[in-house]
Design a protein around this ligand. Structure first.
Ligand code: SF4
Ligand code: SF4
Length: 305
């Protein structure tokens, strides 16, 4: 199981040894924070809100009726879904690896656990994860319910709203601190949807330079999806686990997080080119297939002995 101490010590230990964040970690935070702030701004600025409590729907700063709101929201929702379908179909699951705030928070939780053993610090870390989960819940809540409910609502409306707000925060907190990236690996319904869309993509992880591979297997140890990044072109390996159908290709399961490439660059030397693994358009040189089989077979023989 790579999602334990071994994954964390390799994934975060290499970053600590390099004394700087890997570029994929920087991209992940920039994209994740920008995406989350954009969603928050949509409703707080009055651009869009579908108010399920008071019917005070907002569109471009104006209060509109239910039918007008439904019409106005249809186009942006359709456009967002088209972007999701196109990105997932042609590029694969970069939305999971680089955009999803829940995945980013789960990584933050992993990093906290890896860094600190003292109980009072762990308490502070857990508290900050809960506060961030509450903020995420508030961002979601603001889109669907006006905060006026807490001033003008009946006791029942206030109780239901508070329960929804707190319940959602607890679900986020349970995911990021309890399940962590196991949630992405086995249970996320959006992940399954993106995986089904991306079964035929030509973008993701490939192994274009097997001659440079030292067979250290760091890439396998850090993969949050339990994949073998050097062998994604082979038969599906994740069968009978979680919500994912058995016959999904390894490329469809890969969340394009880049952890395997980061580990590979960390162990083989980031400045030495070419590094064995690559993230981007797939390199599928037939001549490499034999070398891959030789290396991974040798690796398995080492582990068995
Ligand atoms: S194969 Fe690499 S990019 Fe894909 S999920 Fe595993 S670690 Fe992430
Ligand atoms: S591809 Fe890179 S990380 Fe994976 S076994 Fe080879 S050298 Fe190690």
């Amino acid at each position: 199981m790579p999602l334990g101490n071994k994954r964390n010590s390799i994934a975060y230990g290499l970053t600590a040894a390099a004394k700087r964040m890997h570029r994929y970690t920087v991209y992940r935070w920039l994209v994740g924070i920008s995406f989350t702030l954009s969603i928050a701004l949509l409703s707080t600025s009055g651009m869009m809100r579908f108010d399920m409590w008071g019917g005070r729907h907002l569109y471009l700063g104006q209060e509109v009726g239910l039918v007008e709101a439904a019409k106005a929201f249809a186009f942006p929702f359709l456009a967002i879904n088209i972007v999701i379908i196109v990105v997932s179909r042609f590029l694969g699951r970069y939305l999971c690896g680089f955009v999803c705030p829940v995945g980013a928070l789960a990584r933050l939780g992993e990093w906290f656990r890896w860094r600190e053993k003292k109980s009072h610090v762990r308490f502070l870390q857990a508290s900050s994860l809960f506060v961030i989960s509450l903020l995420l819940s508030a961002i979601t809540f603001t889109f669907w319910v006006s905060w006026d409910v807490f001033v003008e609502g009946s006791t029942l409306a206030i109780s239901l709203s508070a329960s929804a707000l707190l319940g959602t925060a607890l679900v986020f907190f349970g995911i990021v601190s309890g399940l962590g990236l196991r949630f992405c690996r086995d249970l996320c319904p959006s992940g399954v949807y993106f995986a089904l869309l991306g079964t035929e993509t030509n973008n993701g992880i490939s192994f274009p330079h097997p001659d440079a591979c030292t067979n250290c297997k760091a890439c396998e140890s850090v993969c949050p999806m339990d994949l073998s990044p050097r062998e994604l072109d082979l038969e599906p390996v994740r069968q009978g686990m979680g919500l994912y159908p058995d016959d999904l290709s390894n490329h469809a399961l890969c969340i394009r997080c880049g952890d395997c490439v980061a580990a590979c660059e960390g162990t083989t030397g980031r400045n030495e080119t070419p590094t064995p693994l690559h993230m981007g358009w797939l390199h599928r040189e037939p001549a490499n297939a034999e070398k891959v089989a030789e290396l991974t077979k040798a690796g398995r023989a080492d582990s068995d002995s």
